[in-house]
Design a binder for this molecule. Sequence first.
Ligand code: FES
Length: 159
Amino acid sequence: MLVATGSAFASTILLIPIVRAALFPLRSQDSDASWSDLGSVDNYNDLVSPSIQLMNITRPDGWQLSKASQSVYVVAGPGNRPRVLSSVCPHLGCTVQWRPEQDRFICPCHGGTYTPDGARISGPPARGMDELAIRVRDGHLYVRFQSFRQLIAAREPAE
Ligand code: FES
């Protein structure tokens, strides 16, 4: 009886790191590491045109964390609250560029165009630019990058 109890206890203890490792990608999805600091939120008051920012993203890649850079656009939102748009074109994933002389976003790959707040104007994209989740902490604007499914009108997370 004592041996059986000890074996069960040891088995349970040994399972903990295995379960933690198996759940690692799920647990890290919404950790602080998934939010990138875009600097003081005051930098984005009274935006008159989109502001491109480079964010560092850390995300699970299997059982490891991989780091990458990603450009996003901070645009003026309602009530002077900034919004952040992904620069990834929802058509086939090219990087959308802000063209101030035309007062619109243009995708260089197939000519998709968007208004300064990311709404679709024309071209093959089935929807407007994708808005990313933001939060403000200690006066800083944080954004969480996310990929969305391409070629469809609905904004659905890809991962
Ligand atoms: Fe942007 Fe095709 S990838 S319009």
